[in-house]
Design a protein around this ligand. Structure first.
Ligand code: SF4
Length: 265
């Protein structure tokens, strides 16, 4: 279950980088009023759980702000509401790292299960070119937030996008993340209509499989694949990435592609 969280309940969902004309080149997020409150998120969760006969995983996301917390505070009432009603809920927040990692405290105390901060690309050239606004966030800021979360047992992952940068740069990103204990959610570029990259060539599936296999090898060597399998949100899903499915074929053969892996706490 994915929810785009507005700045305030029933308010506007937006991203500062769109406001200043520097959106990420693949992004199609539009400024929009979102009629959602924490109570309604809980109601939606209950409905999904009843329909599918089990609690869903939750991913909360919704654009950055220019504030020092880069917009993290808006997620707090939603995480609190879900956690107070569902003690075992798997709640991921997918957002930028704050300028000061202690801004994560409120989310950690509220019961966030997984923090996903996506570096997207690893080479400075690609980051500057395709993340004209978001590249203001230094890679080291991601590291600090990940380490902050890891110290208190909050799981982490980071998405990297295969396609626009060369394979070596993408794998250097996987290696960097794995070294600091963070698994990569490797997705391929999807040039959505309306984004600045809408005419970008589709990524060759064979090339994506090749880089995914290499990424899995790196993550297994560094012992972070199990960590990815246990995250909430996109990291453990496998619907639009290959690494979790490659992992499932060797560690949990026969189970449905997006099913959770057993053994996670
Ligand atoms: S940070 Fe980039 S991808 Fe995320 S909402 Fe803003 S412009 Fe879109």
């Amino acid at each position: 279950m994915i929810a785009a969280i507005p700045e305030k309940p029933y308010g506007i969902r937006n991203c500062y980088y769109h406001t200043v004309g520097k959106p990420c080149a693949f992004c199609v997020l539009k400024k929009k009023k979102v009629n959602l409150s924490p109570k309604e998120l809980v109601t939606a969760y209950e409905k999904v759980a009843a329909n599918r006969g089990g609690e869903p995983q939750v991913l909360l996301t919704g654009g950055n702000s220019r504030r020092r917390d880069r917009g993290l505070s808006k997620y707090v009432p939603y995480v609190k509401a879900l956690r107070s009603r569902f003690k075992e809920a798997k709640i991921a927040v997918e957002a930028a790292p704050p300028k000061d990692a202690s801004a994560l405290d409120a989310l950690i105390e509220a019961g966030m299960d997984t923090f996903a901060a996506n570096i997207e690309f690893f080479s400075a050239d690609c980051r500057d070119r395709l993340l004209p606004g978001k590249s203001e966030i230094a890679i080291d800021e991601y590291r600090k937030s990940f380490e902050y979360c890891q110290k208190v047992g909050v799981k982490t992952f980071s998405a990297l996008i295969a396609g626009p940068e060369n394979k070596r740069d993408t794998l250097n990103g996987v290696e960097f993340l794995a070294r600091i204990g963070v698994p990569t959610n490797l997705i391929c570029l999807r040039p959505f209509p309306g984004s600045n990259l809408e005419d970008y060539p589709r990524v060759n599936p064979a090339r994506f499989l090749d880089v995914s296999q290499e990424a899995v090898r790196i993550m297994q060597e560094r012992g972070v694949m199990e960590g990815l399998a246990c995250t909430a949100g996109c990291g453990s899903c496998g619907a639009c990435a290959m690494e979790m499915n490659l992992y499932r074929t060797t560690h949990a053969p026969g189970i449905q592609s997006t099913a959770p892996i057993k053994g996670c706490s």
